[in-house]
Design a protein around this ligand. Structure first.
Ligand code: PXG
Length: 462
């Protein structure tokens, strides 16, 4: 077999990819005809593709490369660990140094009494752990019927059966007969799209109170937990109104429901705090982590759980775990990644310097005729595209048509800025510099202008 290299011709790489490689969340036939963009190398915030383009990655891969690409320390941490102990498991009464160190470090970083870590390979399987853990928790406390988990429409919690079921993506539920029983949904706090005539504050309160109504409808004695992302990521970077989270915290406290904060995107500095929960001031019982934990250099995720949850779960044999739970190489890389985040004051820089700078520039995009609102917290932001800023009307074209056109212009201008429906989203590496932020905004303007021209020409600006 002919093994290709990053220097092989693009057409060869694309042909082999099309022949054998199935892509996530992709219509394979369409992609294979067009050919995938082949990324070959990366450093800092920049990607190289097989055609020699330099692309500004304003998505940090998939919201994960927090310390940027090309950090030799992380490669060295992996190489060291591979030579010392490439693998051992943490089942059957054994442990190893990288896992116990990382768990202790996470307990130190996490807020409140979140002092115990159960490792997974990513966010989806960590949420599967959470699903089984909260149900086991209540069963151990003598309330096995307290097993319903409430989530939100348009939430993303992963792609496994548990993750898909917990998530509120209808297009995902439609494939594979999901969600599994025992998951209920409330609406999301997306004021721009769904707030009607209400002020954001009124709307935030109303959407939070849907949780209370749902608990009363199902019965307090049947609800195990509420799961939510502090700020929805894959759903389009939906920043909830200020009134939303305090009300959610009041409700979960009042009814004794466990709160699972899915920090897979928000964690490890993305919001300008170590965890999104700290940014929005909530006290979760469990946090899901992944992505920024290793800056994407190794697959690793997990659940950080409270003293109380750990105590109850520790009272039984929790029959759950993955071959690679606490993989030593992934743990060693995560540990080094946390060291970099801390020693280089990356979280503080996002909070105090580059975050505020990006916010100012990003919000200036609302001067564009097609941009309704710009919302950004730390290094995760979105803009809403609209034909009418006053009424916040959606475009008449199918949802996502305009977003897709805009994203294509971004790609053509060597900027990775994605679309979710007709919202454009960014989540750059946390190490992005002010100069790179300027480049990001320039390319976003250019792409918006080109998309706008095309949309006008095609009569779609309505
Ligand atoms: N929870 C949240 C909040 C996520 O964003 C997961 C769980 C699942 O993590 P893993 O590691 O199993 O993928 C995620 C992942 C997108 C996109 O298109 C977002 C994610 C994954 C893939 C694509 O925005 N988020």
């Amino acid at each position: 077999m002919n093994i290709l290299t990053p220097n092989s011709p693009t057409a060869d790489l694309q042909a082999l990819d099309a022949a054998h490689h199935m892509h996530p969340f992709t219509q394979g036939a369409g992609l294979n005809e067009k050919g995938a963009r082949i990324i070959t190398r990366a450093d800092g915030c920049w990607l190289n593709d097989s055609d020699g383009n330099r692309i500004l990655d304003a998505m940090a891969g998939l919201w994960c490369v927090n310390v940027g690409y090309g950090r030799k320390e992380l490669a060295e941490a992996a190489a060291r660990q591979m030579q010392e102990l490439p693998y051992y498991n943490t089942f059957f009464q054994t442990s190893h140094v990288p896992a116990l160190n990382l768990a202790a470090r996470l307990a130190q970083l996490a807020p409140g009494d979140l002092n115990h870590v159960f490792f997974a390979n990513g966010g989806s399987d960590a949420n599967d752990t959470n699903l089984r853990m909260v149900r086991t928790y209540w069963a151990e406390k003598g309330q096995p019927e307290k097993n319903v988990i409430i989530s939100r429409w348009n939430a993303y919690h992963g792609s496994t059966i548990g993750g898909t079921s917990l998530g509120g993506m209808k297009g995902m539920h439609g494939q594979g007969d999901l969600p599994i029983p025992g998951i209920e949904f409330i609406e999301q706090p997306n004021w721009w799209a769904e707030g009607g005539d209400m002020t954001p504050e009124e709307f935030g309160l109303k959407r939070a109170q849907e949780l209370e109504a749902k608990i009363l409808e199902i019965g307090q004695d049947k609800v195990a937990a509420f799961i939510a992302e502090p700020i929805q990521g894959a759903g389009g970077v939906i920043v909830p109104p200020e009134t939303y989270w305090p009300e959610i915290q009041r409700i979960v406290d009042k009814y004794g429901i466990l709160l699972i904060a899915d920090e897979v995107i928000c964690g490890f500095g993305r919001t300008g705090e170590w965890f999104g929960s700290q940014k929005i001031n909530i006290r979760p019982d469990i946090m899901t982590i992944a992505k920024g934990l290793s800056s994407g250099y190794m697959p690793i995720g997990g659940s950080i759980v409270s003293d109380e949850v750990a105590k109850v779960i520790g009272g039984t044999e929790f029959n759950h775990g993955y071959t690679y739970s606490g993989h030593p190489v992934a743990c060693a890389v995560a540990m080094e990644n946390l060291r970099i985040l801390e020693d280089e004051k990356i979280v503080e820089t996002v909070r105090d310097v580059t975050g505020p700078y990006l916010k100012e520039k990003f919000e200036s995009l609302t001067a564009h005729p097609m941009v309704g609102e710009a919302k950004i917290v730390g290094m995760m932001g979105s803009i809403a595209l609209t034909p009418n800023k006053e009424t916040r009307a959606p475009f008449k074209a199918d949802a996502g048509t305009i977003g897709f056109i805009t994203r294509e212009r971004c790609f053509a201008n060597n900027l990775i800025m994605r679309h979710v429906g007709d919202r454009m989203i960014i989540s750059p590496p946390l190490v992005i510099s002010k100069e790179e932020i300027d480049t990001l905004i320039e390319r976003a303007w250019l792409s918006l202008n080109e998309a706008h021209e095309r949309i006008l020409a095609e009569g779609l600006f309505e």
